[in-house]
Write a protein that binds this ligand. Structure first.
Ligand SMILES: Nc1ncnc2c1ncn2[C@@H]1O[C@H](COP(=O)(O)OP(=O)(O)O)[C@@H](O)[C@H]1O
Ligand SMILES: [Mg+2]
Length: 295
């Protein structure tokens, strides 16, 4: 078979697809390769990318994302990309109530507290109170589109908040990011440690050529609102065991801090802003320092 010249191939790619045309596997592969190149270009001026994930929901991924972003933003330019289609709550926590601005040049993030640039799928949906009933391919397509279109500009850190599990969003998110950007923080909580979900998420990251930076143990003990002491409520520290199994370290232990959480609810701001002197805020600062060392 005669080899297709490069020019012919390009002309073929430039043709608009017929409306009833179903792309072949090869066409999809090429499309994805093109998108990956575009995403790499988009992230050219982003120094470090950090992906926050976990095998489970409710362990504190979003809490870690927003508080860490704010700590880093004290002396750096930071962006947050919220890829949780079903439960996006990054924007309200960072004080953003508008979707990114769309123009022919792309999607432009909106700035929240401490000038953190935010892009959240949640703000792009028509009615934020309606559930999103999308199956895998549609979710993956949307995530790819947002990654291709977002103009982050110059950033020191971009933090990606992932939905729970190891499903489509995570696979697509990690796969589409350039390899240098696949740095992952695994958030866990004492309860979920008994399960193998977090280990599974860690193994998934390794298989996708990700770089596991370390484990964050959230809700690690409770801070007594009366005397500010740390109350341990689990006899064993499973986070060490988990980190060892994955060949990384526990980068920070964040206590469950009811008082800081209360102040955060009252002020409608993350704990490091609403309760900067709390034990939880202190732990987030330590995490930010460790992250800077590890990246
Ligand atoms: N260290 C903490 N101290 C107090 N409350 C916390 C802490 N971490 C998380 N929470 C609360 O737990 C709930 C779940 O956390 P969230 O970050 O939304 O989890 P995820 O993103 O993993 O689903 C939220 O209400 C959050 O405010
Ligand atoms: Mg979340």
């Amino acid at each position: 078979m005669a080899e297709e010249s490069e020019a012919e191939e390009k002309a073929e790619e430039a043709k608009p697809p017929h409306p009833h045309h179903h792309p072949s596997r090869e066409e999809i592969r090429k499309q994805i390769e093109r998108e990956k190149e575009e995403i790499e270009k988009r992230l050219e001026n982003v120094e470090h990318v950090l992906v926050v994930m976990s095998g489970k929901g409710g362990v504190g991924k979003t809490t870690v994302t927003v508080n860490l972003a704010l700590c880093l933003a004290e002396d750096a330019d930071v962006g947050v990309l919220d890829l949780d289609i079903h439960g996006p709550n990054v924007p309200e926590q960072l004080g953003v109530d508008r979707p990114p601005q769309a123009s022919p040049a792309g999607l432009f993030p909106v700035k929240g507290y401490r000038d953190v640039k935010v892009v959240s799928i949640g703000t792009m949906l028509e009615d934020r109170n309606l559930p999103v009933l999308w199956r895998g391919p549609r979710k993956s397509g949307f995530i790819r589109e947002v990654l291709v279109k977002t103009q982050w500009g110059d950033l020191d850190y971009l933090i990606v908040d992932m939905p729970p599990g190891t499903g489509d969003e995570i696979m697509t998110g990690l796969e589409m990011l350039p390899e240098r950007a696949r740095n992952v923080l695994l958030v866990t909580s004492p309860e979920s440690m008994a399960h193998s979900d977090v280990v599974k998420a860690g193994e998934a990251v390794k298989r996708m050529d990700g770089n596991l930076l370390g484990v964050v143990s959230n809700m690690h003990g409770i801070i007594c609102p009366e005397c500010d002491s740390l109350i341990e409520y689990f006899t064993e520290d499973h986070s060490e065991e988990l980190a060892e199994r994955l060949g990384v370290e526990v980068l920070a232990r964040i206590p469950l801090d009811p008082e800081a959480k209360l102040r955060s609810e009252e002020e409608g701001k993350p704990m490091v802003l609403a309760a900067p002197d709390s034990r939880a805020a202190e732990a987030f600062q330590e995490l930010a320092e460790r992250v800077k060392e590890e990246l």
